[in-house]
Design a protein around this ligand. Structure first.
Ligand code: ASP
Ligand code: MG
Length: 407
């Protein structure tokens, strides 16, 4: 008997047949004697549809408060349907919105952070033998305005609830049956991992792996919530995301991922003086534009070049900002290249094994793939390459690190 939080993503609740299928799994978990809190996403495609409507209605300028009020409705549909399906099968279940369960967030619409969850309320309902079906992705600020946590945010809702009620573990059900060494759609030799550490999963999510919302992994790590990634379409045990152990250290590289949603920006021939980088990047942070890799060349004759990556969706805004700022800092010109991708290898074993970087670089070189930018962390190496080489790079790196067999 355990206290379990189960999160089902949009593809798992995409239609009534799938909702019935999920209901059966919830019932099995409940009948095995567990207390179950279920967190749901909207039906697949629904949040996109609502967002498109908001944009169409306002010429792409919806007010954030009303945008959140609209896009949060997708989850209201799935939680109420799920609860009534469970009721119709003879089980006590109750749907709850973010406001009803008092998931309090800051007031940062579209990217709100959870501040508090009423755990006592959830636990008292569970004590009455009800299955709780909670809307993911949403909360309310202190004034009661509806907020959302950022796209893909219901993973984060689920882990936050699991942490608040001290659940034994959190399971997220999706359309893949775990975390793979790389995207199986890109390379059929990808292998499913039984276990991965929070830190590796964080690096993989940050570097483009879409299986879990990055903040859900941060929270899982912070509160030490064991997190299973499983498929709602089979009974496979999935991948456990957990604290690192000795076995994990042996794996030099555990995952390879790629991100095609970045663009490369070059600010060329800038005076190399104190305060320049601050001036350049402040306007981005003020608009919550996430700048990822940043490289500054060694200066020559008092001038330098700055190269960095930004999300492709922000290109227009960055162009406008740089139009002004690049003149302010005296840059010669600005160059934006959307035709890139970032390929990353991640592994705890990198801490204790040398040679991962050189193996990555020589493997890419052997295929004639030029490396445009490099960045590293303790357990990750990322390279920016031409977009057309993405799949090739993933495959040759997967082979080079013998990832289909593991260490
Ligand atoms: N329905 C929301 C989205 O599509 C939240 C989620 O799926 O996690 O972004
Ligand atoms: Mg989703």
């Amino acid at each position: 008997m355990a206290l379990i939080v189960q999160k089902y993503g949009g593809t798992s609740v995409a239609d009534l047949a799938k909702i019935h299928n999920v209901a059966e799994r919830i019932i099995r978990t409940y009948q095995a004697g567990n207390d179950v809190v279920v967190v749901l996403s909207a039906m697949a495609g629904e949040t996109d549809r609502l967002a498109a409507m908001a944009n169409a209605a306002t010429g792409d300028k919806p007010t954030p408060r009303e945008y959140d009020a609209l896009i949060a409705t997708g989850e209201q549909v799935t939680v109420s349907l799920m609860a009534m399906v469970l009721n119709s099968k003879g089980f006590k279940a109750k749907s709850l919105l973010g406001s009803q369960i008092r998931i309090v967030t800051d007031k940062n619409h579209m990217a709100a952070r959870i501040q508090k969850i009423d755990a006592d309320f959830i636990l008292s309902e569970l004590g009455k033998h009800r299955i709780m079906i909670v809307a993911g992705f949403q909360g309310v600020d202190r004034k009661g305005n509806i907020t959302t946590l950022g796209r893909g945010g219901s993973d984060t809702s689920a882990v936050a609830i699991a942490a608040a009620i001290k659940a034994d573990y959190c399971e997220t059900f999706t359309d893949v049956d775990g975390v793979y060494t790389t995207d199986p759609n890109v390379y059929d030799k990808a292998r499913k991992l039984k276990k991965i550490s929070y830190d590796e999963m964080l690096e993989l999510s940050a570097a483009g792996a879409k299986v879990l919302h990055q903040r859900s992994v941060e929270l899982a790590k912070l509160y030490n919530v064991p997190l299973y990634v499983r498929s709602s379409f089979n009974d496979d045990e999935g991948t456990l995301v957990t604290r690192e152990d000795e076995d994990m250290e042996k794996e030099v590289v555990s995952g390879i991922t790629y991100d095609r949603n970045q663009a490369k920006v070059g600010v060329i021939h800038v005076p190399d003086e104190p305060g320049i980088a601050g001036k350049l990047f402040t306007p981005f942070s003020e608009r919550s534009i996430i700048v990822d890799m940043i490289i500054q060349n060694a200066s020559v004759d008092g001038y330098t070049d700055l190269t960095f990556t930004i999300p492709k969706k922000d290109i227009k805004q960055v162009e406008q900002l740089l139009d002004v700022v690049s003149r302010e800092v005296g840059a010669e010109r600005v160059h934006i290249d959307p035709d890139i991708s970032k390929v990353s290898v991640v592994g705890l074993g990198m801490k204790s094994h040398s040679g991962v970087a050189s193996k990555m670089f020589t493997t890419l070189a052997r295929e004639g793939i030029n490396i445009q930018m490099i960045s590293t962390s303790e357990i990750k190496i990322s390279c920016v390459i031409g977009a057309k080489y993405t799949e090739l790079a993933v495959r040759v790196l997967h082979d080079a690190f013998a990832m289909e067999i593991g260490q």
